[in-house]
Design a protein around this ligand. Structure first.
Ligand code: MG
Ligand code: NI
Length: 477
């Protein structure tokens, strides 16, 4: 008899989602679906608005990644003006993005995922959270909270407490950094770097305890995509698109983000409001690709800063003989290496006179009726695509968000984990399985707020349902 296992909602990810695991007549997993059930309709809502307002409007899509939308939107606006923004403005935008990467990755690692890693996947769910982490390792938890604050403070020094919607807009940025701000950031940098080093060491020590998880948490061949800079270097703000495969072969390189429709398809499934982007030349769903920290480390030639490159070398030795790391469990590892990279890059900018420059904006009118740009959000590549009329009013918007691009991979991850557990424990809800399905999704750090409008977290409820809809088993917490 075919059965369904429903996990609703998934805890400790941003937003609200539901999981269905369908078993076939033989009791094996036939399908796993990560339903994103609410729809925000932001693209439609933007029509008719002046393109210059788009950074401020799209920044409100999400309380978690406003900076990512602010930057991608301003970059799309630069294209409509057809200008090259002043070098100081792009350095300051980069600095804000680095602050965003630090704060978002620190939130993901210390607040959301470290409880699983430090307390164990099978520990009491009531304690497996940031409070449990504080009880287990107060120093690490406190350091994590301060590291996230450091990232947030960089954003505030640039954009103001509530991030002024026009801090970054078409043509450049509103203000540079004051000497006081530069000094304040410099003062806190050493502790932030120390915390990042401690965290990556903690992860490397713990890694051996999670061999089984690393084996089943989204460990499959796929493409990896993201922006790379000159000579294929790690990039987070500009550059060109590169795809590599699980063996580390470059599949496509030097692609212009503005041409994304030539290489990214967006499939739609009736059971989810989140689209399923795929690499067009390989078809759907064969063109599955992953974005975000794991992808950025897999696609780049090097990071370009000493400590991060040293860690990258070790990271690449994880899977012997293969350059790409294919297990999504190591998104955590990649995130920590990116925190180190972001801190080192910020350190470089702090001694660059451009960051206190007053030449910050290129002023121009509407010189193109289309503006398409991509930037790297903490979770992966973010595309903003606008069409405007002669008055600069938005006619059409397409946003391709990071979480959408990991949609196929998240579904396959759930399937892989479920298959492993149901194979060894039979068609039932094992506590260990639920925790791992949750943690498997959390490895991607999905931001469902970017595609849905749900906030808040509810207790988790799991139901095992047979083909006819009868409840066989139910667990809630
Ligand atoms: Mg879209
Ligand atoms: Ni978001």
């Amino acid at each position: 008899m075919a059965q369904q296992i429903v996990i609703d909602p998934v805890t400790r990810i941003e937003g609200h989602a539901k999981i269905t695991i369908t078993l076939d007549d033989g009791g094996h997993v036939s399908d796993a679906r990560f339903h994103v059930t609410e729809f925000r309709g932001f693209e439609k809502f933007c029509e008719g608005r002046p393109f210059r307002e788009m950074p401020g409007i799209t920044a409100r899509i999400c309380g978690i990644c406003p900076v990512s939308h602010l930057l991608a939107s301003a970059k799309a606006g630069d294209k409509i003006l057809a200008v090259t923004i002043p070098p100081a403005a792009s350095k300051l935008r980069r600095m804000m993005n680095l602050g965003q990467i630090i704060q978002s990755h620190a939130l993901s690692f210390f607040h959301l995922s470290a409880p699983d890693l430090i307390l164990g996947m099978d520990s009491d769910p009531a304690k497996r959270n940031v409070f449990g982490l504080i009880a287990a390792d107060a120093e690490l938890a406190r350091r994590g909270i301060r590291l996230r604050q450091f990232g947030q403070e960089i954003i505030e020094h640039l954009g103001g407490k509530k991030i002024h919607p026009s801090w970054s807009d078409p043509g450049g940025v509103r203000n540079s950094l004051s000497n006081e701000s530069i000094e304040a950031i410099k003062k806190k940098l050493p502790e932030a770097k120390e915390t990042a080093r401690i965290a990556v060491d903690v992860y490397k020590k713990l890694m051996d305890n999670f061999k089984s998880e690393a084996h089943i948490f989204g460990n499959f061949p796929s493409l990896f995509m993201g922006l790379v800079g000159e000579d294929g270097k790690w990039e987070h703000y500009d550059g060109t698109i590169r795809f590599v495969d699980s063996m580390g072969n470059i599949i496509a390189d030097g692609l212009n983000p503005a041409d994304y429709k030539q290489y990214i398809g967006e499939a739609v499934e009736s059971w989810s409001y989140l689209k399923f982007p795929y690499y067009l030349p390989m078809g759907y769903p064969g063109g599955i690709y992953r974005v975000g920290p794991l992808a950025r480390l897999n696609i780049c030639s090097e990071i370009g800063t000493p400590e991060a490159d040293k860690e990258l070398k070790e990271f690449r030795a994880l899977e012997s003989g293969v350059r790409s790391v294919s297990s999504s469990f190591h998104y955590h590892y990649a995130r920590l290496i990116e925190i180190i990279a972001a801190l080192e890059k910020i350190e470089e900018y702090l001694s660059d006179p451009d960051i206190s420059s007053k030449r910050l904006k290129a002023k121009a009118g509407i010189n193109s009726l289309e503006g398409i740009a991509a930037s790297e959000a903490p979770r992966g590549t973010l595309f903003h695509d606008y069409k405007v009329d002669d008055a600069g009013l938005i006619q059409k918007v397409n946003l391709i968000i990071a979480t959408g691009q990991n949609n196929l991979a998240m579904n396959r991850t759930i399937e892989q984990i479920a298959r492993h557990f149901i194979h060894s424990h039979g068609p039932k809800i094992a506590e260990g399985m639920l925790n791992r399905v949750e943690a498997g999704i959390r490895a991607y750090d999905p931001c469902l707020s970017c595609s849905t409008h749900a906030f808040g977290k509810m207790p988790m409820e799991i139901a095992l349902i047979d083909k006819s809809g009868n409840l066989i088993d139910r667990k809630s917490r």
